[in-house]
Design a binder for this molecule. Structure first.
Ligand SMILES: Cc1ncc(COP(=O)(O)O)c(C=O)c1O
Length: 363
């Protein structure tokens, strides 16, 4: 989703006139406060991407160095990389089969005396079992961080998704529903955490002569903030268009016995960021055949993070049968507002027809 070019050009002219291009300029600060209101967060710190925001959030919690963080292998690489970048050790728990979020039962089984935190992902915007994870964290004195990269605007029982856990992290990458081309933020309820996050994103600099902690460069530029500010008012229309795209897909695919379409209950306000389906047989065949029609679906998330060569230490990837199955079955179909005029129906029909093709060599 890109804002109209004339608006970008006029915004760039204003940046030139103001003469501030980065380091928490006026557009940065405006976007930060607009997002804080939009996500109904008590504190929000803007970052130059979600990965750095995630690393900063783990860092701000001051977890014991080398302690274990229980996380999901069914996510984007950045989730686990952030744990390692923060000097912590990832431990993978399995996911549950309906929405592919981390399975609280499996989390319980992975807790040891070395565990300090749970890093769960609201995958595709499907909310994790937030109540249950909160209970586990309380009982075992663990912190909880949510990777909410996919969950912009999600609500559970009317509560904003940012109200759960110790920290929530959103991504504003170009592929996300709300984007600033590159960008992200962390939300926290504890003001002390907010101060540490702000410090981390600016090299740990406290004042001209004081650097009290190690930090990185997590600052969002004025140009990126401009794109964010211009994209914000486009969101409602895009979400409505995506709701219609979703309906068109569902109408084509709902009676297909090889396909399962996960759907949140009515207590969840959806993010409208992805349209994942489970293809029970021949997922890879459908994926390849769609490409031949110039339809680019994503096997998102395949392979599992625990199968990446950098994380394949003995024991780490064992015992994750549900996540393995999800990685074999999930397919994300193209999902954006411009598919509204018949394209989503045609893609849905195509998927159905492909599944009816006789099983050849590639099938
Ligand atoms: C689940 C998840 N976590 C983290 C990230 C990282 O965000 P960013 O690209 O803004 O660094 C992404 C996507 O990019 C993601 O999908």
């Amino acid at each position: 989703m890109l804002p109209p070019l004339p608006e970008v050009i006029s915004g760039l002219e204003k940046i030139y006139q103001a003469g501030t291009v980065t380091n928490m300029g006026p557009l940065h600060n405006e976007l930060e406060s607009r997002l804080k209101a939009r996500l109904r967060a008590s504190n929000l710190v803007l970052f130059n991407n979600g990965t750095l925001a995630l690393t900063a959030a783990l860092n701000a919690l001051q977890l014991p160095p080398g302690s274990e963080v229980i996380t999901t292998p069914f996510s984007f690489a950045a989730t686990t990389h952030a744990i390692v970048a923060a000097g912590l050790i990832p431990v993978f728990a399995d996911v549950e089969p309906t929405f592919f979020t981390i399975d609280p039962q499996s989390v319980r089984q992975k807790i040891t005396s070395r565990t300090s935190c749970i890093l769960a992902v609201h995958v595709y915007g499907f909310p994790c079992f937030v109540e249950e994870l909160g209970r586990i964290a309380m009982q075992s004195k663990l912190r909880v961080v949510y990777d909410a990269a996919h969950a912009f605007g999600v609500e559970v029982h009317g509560q904003p998704i940012a109200s759960y856990g110790d920290a929530n992290v959103f991504s504003f990458h170009a592929t996300k529903l709300f984007n600033s081309i590159e960008g992200g933020c962390a939300t926290v309820s504890d003001p002390a955490l907010k101060d540490r996050l702000k410090n981390y994103r600016n090299f740990g600099i406290l004042s001209e002569e004081r650097v009290a902690s190690v930090g990185l460069n997590g600052k969002m530029s004025e140009v990126h903030a401009l794109f964010g500010l211009l994209n914000l008012p486009l969101l409602e229309t895009e979400m409505n268009r995506r709701a219609a795209v979703r309906e068109a897909y569902v109408a084509e695919l709902r009676d297909c016995p090889q396909i399962v379409i996960p759907r949140e209950g009515d207590h969840v306000l959806s993010s409208r960021q992805y349209f994942p389906i489970r293809v029970l047989k021949r997922r890879d065949y459908v994926y390849k055949r769609l490409k031949e029609f110039n339809v680019f679906s994503r096997r998102y998330f395949f392979p599992l993070i625990s199968d990446f060569e950098c994380y394949s230490y003995p024991g780490l990837s064992a015992g994750l049968p549900v996540a393995q199955q999800a990685a074999r079955e999930v397919l994300c179909l193209p999902f954006y507002g411009d598919l509204i005029n018949g394209a989503a129906s045609r893609i849905g029909r195509l998927v159905r027809e492909i599944l009816c093709e006789p099983q050849g060599e590639t099938g």
